[in-house]
Design a protein around this ligand. Structure first.
Ligand code: HAM
Length: 432
């Protein structure tokens, strides 16, 4: 019976695995530069962890089922609730601020399209225990530096930043009743994906007046610090953008302000965000967000009973991979080996095995034929594996206690004594 991977799930052939490893290694190295430590949690969690706090969009996409013990469980669709639980459980003993990162595989039953699958890996970088907007700037800087490290520039992507407190002040001033702010936020979140009439209709169905709905869309259209200052002027909550402006000032001091712009359409689809929120998009906005995050100051309290300010982001490997492909920034797949050892005859095999093993112990990648083959055939395999050095051992060489060493790049061949051959080959392989 022929089977295929499920829709939205990937097979990672070596080229795809190489891209994944490349992305992961940049994620790890940049997170490490900012002092973040790696953690992980279980891929299966109690369903309730998500139904209570993540918001309806994610809840509709859960891979949930009853386990054999009758428990309601779900594959993790995101990492933040797990993190909040883990931190709250050990809050007393952990030094603040906590800087943690993780690279979980996440599962969401979404409609498959470019940049959107049913599983993805997501870098999660979170900072817990700090209210200062310098922490927000720090986390945004990590996300920018990951993309810079992957070779992307100011012309390739932008961070769009906003603040839910500012948006709250603005939508209230637009005439949205206090209890319906979430409905206004839901419309802002969809502003690029649905026509204005549809969004207004949805707000009206939710109890917001048509006039207020139209104002909300105007608010969501605000871009840039000057326009935001002007919109806030005279409001009771005129100061609500203080944190946002401080965060942007810090990014300016780091030299990263060219990557950032204020954009009031960013409110984020998840329910738990409480302050500054941001998303990273490719400059042409042809893909979904590369990364999204923000402040969620109430989540550790709501999930684990310990109140701690917190913020962070999730960056997916799928959209990032698409962008790297578009920009010609995929890593070169290296299948080159250091050494191929040729046995002239089956009697030479024990010597080939002994030599190969010594070289592998030195950290070199070594291959040899796994069944008897002519020397010509073995040389062909060595060339197809792009071996840096080929060693040939026959009866004559064993007799003389030497090995023929062929430098494939230089096209030269020398006889080296068995005693010195490991050192010589290690040196040659290092000169790749
Ligand atoms: P999110 O916006 O749901 O946030 O996801 C973050 C990123 O993960 C997205 O921008 C996207 O690149 C990627 N992503 C999400 N779903 C998919 C999918 N179905 N296929 C491919 N990529 C996807 C969160 O998950 C928050 N928990 C992030 C966070 C961490 N906030 C604070 N800390």
């Amino acid at each position: 019976m022929k089977t295929q991977a499920l829709p939205g799930f990937r097979d990672f052939y070596p080229a795809e695995a190489a891209l994944r490893n490349h992305i992961f290694s940049v994620w790890r190295s940049v997170a490490g530069r900012y002092g973040f430590e790696e953690y992980d949690g279980p891929p299966l969690e109690p369903l309730k962890l998500y139904t209570d706090k993540s918001g309806s969009e994610i809840v509709q996409q859960l891979y949930n089922f009853l386990d054999k013990g009758g428990r309601e469980i779900s594959l993790r669709p995101e990492m933040t609730p797990t993190l909040a639980r883990m931190v709250a459980a050990r809050a007393q003993g952990l030094k603040k601020p906590i800087r943690w990162f993780s690279i979980p595989q996440l599962f969401r039953y979404e409609r498959q399209q470019r940049g959107r699958l049913r599983e993805h890996f997501q870098l999660n970088v979170d900072l817990i225990g700090e209210t200062s907007p310098l922490a927000d700037a720090e986390v945004i800087a990590v996300s920018i530096d990951v993309l810079r490290e992957l070779g992307l520039t100011e012309n390739d992507f932008k961070v769009r930043v906003s603040d839910r407190n500012v948006m709250r002040a603005l939508v209230l001033a637009a005439g949205v009743p206090e209890g319906l702010v979430d409905k206004a936020f839901a419309a802002c979140d969809k502003i690029d994906r649905e026509p204005a009439e549809v969004l207004i209709e949805k707000m009206v169905a939710g109890g917001i007046s048509e006039a207020a709905g139209a104002e909300v869309l105007k608010v969501a259209g605000i871009k840039g610090g000057e326009a935001l200052r002007a919109a806030l002027r005279g409001l009771a909550d005129e100061d609500s953008a203080k944190q946002l402006f401080e965060c942007i000032d810090s990014l300016r001091a780091m030299g990263l302000d060219g990557y950032v712009e204020i954009d009031c359409s960013i409110v984020r689809g998840l329910d738990y965000y409480t302050g500054i929120v941001f998303e990273l998009f490719d400059a042409g906005k042809s893909l979904r967000a590369i990364c999204g995050g923000g402040r969620y100051d109430n989540l550790t309290r709501d999930i684990g009973g310990v109140a701690l300010p917190a913020l962070g982001f999730g960056m997916g490997d799928v959209v990032l991979g698409e962008l790297l492909k578009d920009k010609g920034l995929l890593p070169r797949v290296e299948s080159q080996i250091s050494v191929f050892a040729v046995a002239v005859d089956s009697d030479d095999l024990p010597e080939v095995l002994s030599l190969a093993h010594e070289l592998r112990d030195k950290g070199l990648s070594v291959e040899y034929a796994l069944k008897g083959q002519s020397v010509g055939k073995q040389m062909k395999v060595a060339a197809s594996r792009d071996a840096r050095v080929v060693l040939v051992i026959g009866a004559a060489e064993r007799e003389e206690s030497v090995v023929v060493v062929r430098d494939m790049a230089a096209g030269t061949e020398t006889k080296v004594s068995r005693e010195l051959v490991i050192e010589r080959v290690t040196g040659l392989a290092a000169s790749i």
